[in-house]
Design a protein. Structure first.
Length: 333
């Protein structure tokens, strides 16, 4: 039987190699399995949990759609839409926020990281954003949610919320309990400047990540400057545990090559970082450059991108509006 897939990506600009290897590459594989029904959402409501410039947000929404398509998602096969165009998302988020418990949200590590020291000044939206994420998933009777490792805790919360709604209202199985789809390997791509920190679009230094819009020269430069350590490459994966930068670069290489970490370690054991970096750069350019060129072409075709969003939103709205109506009836409205 096919899976019902839902996942989302924030349109905050600078989609990077972490987003690609941790999530979007899997969206493409899931999209290519004929039996699956896939919904891929540009989560613009999530983006405004921190300040956004309206014109930049509009551009970034289109660029995210362009990235989905450039990476290989087929809009004829999968629904692609932006979250704010389907009102049921905001509404379900409210309904579910009356089910979710403060104690559960207080445990979310991503909020703690993002809010930093000054929690008092973080938006309420940043705090409650995992509830909106649960709404996204549950409106589509999703069975599987492909994401990177950093979203695992939010998915566990989503499952708890669904379970509590079903229990509270005595509607067994009304909200479907989704399974996370997190790759066993390469689901957490790290910064090129610090192998212990996640590659992230909010990191100040652009040298810390490969953006999907970086041209060949930028990729060459960023890999040249990527942090390493003074030793030659190790001969087994155990040694990598204490060498986070070497591990991250080898993981990126393996993931791009669809190969195992063991194979890559075998390929480069005892070699100098400069030799390995040459091969890594070559592979990155080979895999990322065609995507970059396609994104650059597609972002100029606003009409095409808007048409995809319009068609996607009609289909998404059709599904989500029915589910929210049933939720309202269950609640007593
Ligand atoms: P976002 O926009 O931060 O990231 C999009 C996807 O990319 C993955 N990712 C990574 N994977 C590996 N290594 C990294 N360094 C890395 N950085 C990001 C994320 O895990 C994610 O899968 N809240 C979500 C978006 C969302 C969503 C949803 C996801 C909203 N509603 C419903 C699934 C289902 C987010 O902010 O992702």
């Amino acid at each position: 039987m096919g899976k019902k897939i839902f996942s989302g990506v924030q349109p905050t600009g600078n989609l990077h190699l972490g987003n690609y290897l941790g999530a979007i590459k899997n969206f493409v594989d899931l999209n290519n399995e004929p039996a699956n029904e896939c919904v891929f959402c540009v989560v613009d409501l999530h983006a405004i949990t921190v300040n956004q410039d309206p014109q930049e947000l509009r551009n970034n929404i289109r660029e995210t759609v362009a990235t989905f398509i450039a990476c290989g998602i087929n809009p004829e096969k999968s629904i692609i839409f932006n979250q704010s165009a389907v009102p049921a998302h905001s509404e379900a988020a409210w309904l579910l926020s009356c089910v979710a418990r403060m104690g559960w949200l207080n445990r979310m590590t991503q909020f703690k990281e993002k809010a930093g020291k000054d929690k008092e000044k973080a938006s309420i939206g940043l705090y409650s954003y995992p509830i909106l994420m649960a709404a996204d998933i549950l409106l589509y009777d999703t069975t599987h949610v492909p994401v990177g490792q950093d979203q695992k805790q939010h998915l566990e919360l989503c499952r708890d919320i669904a379970q509590k709604f079903n229990n509270d209202y005595g509607v067994d199985d009304f909200l479907k309990i989704p399974e996370p789809l997190i790759q066993k390997q390469f689901s957490r791509i790290m910064s090129l400047k610090d192998g212990t920190k996640k590659m992230s679009k909010s990191e100040l230094s652009d040298l810390s990540r490969i953006n999907l819009t970086d041209d060949k020269d930028l990729i060459v430069n960023k890999i040249k400057k990527a942090k390493t350590d003074p030793l030659p490459l190790p001969s087994n994966t155990d040694e990598l545990m204490k060498r986070p930068e070497a591990r991250n670069l080898l993981e990126i290489y393996s993931s791009l090559k669809n190969s195992s970490l063991d194979n890559s370690v075998g390929e480069f054991k005892g070699k100098k970082f400069s030799d390995f970096k040459d091969k890594l750069t070559q592979l990155l350019v080979e895999k990322i450059n065609p995507i970059t060129l396609e994104i650059k072409k597609l972002v100029n075709d606003k009409g095409f991108l808007d048409k995809i969003l319009l068609e996607g939103h009609k289909k998404a709205n059709n599904i989500a509006s029915k589910k929210i109506k049933k939720m309202q009836e269950i609640i007593g409205f």
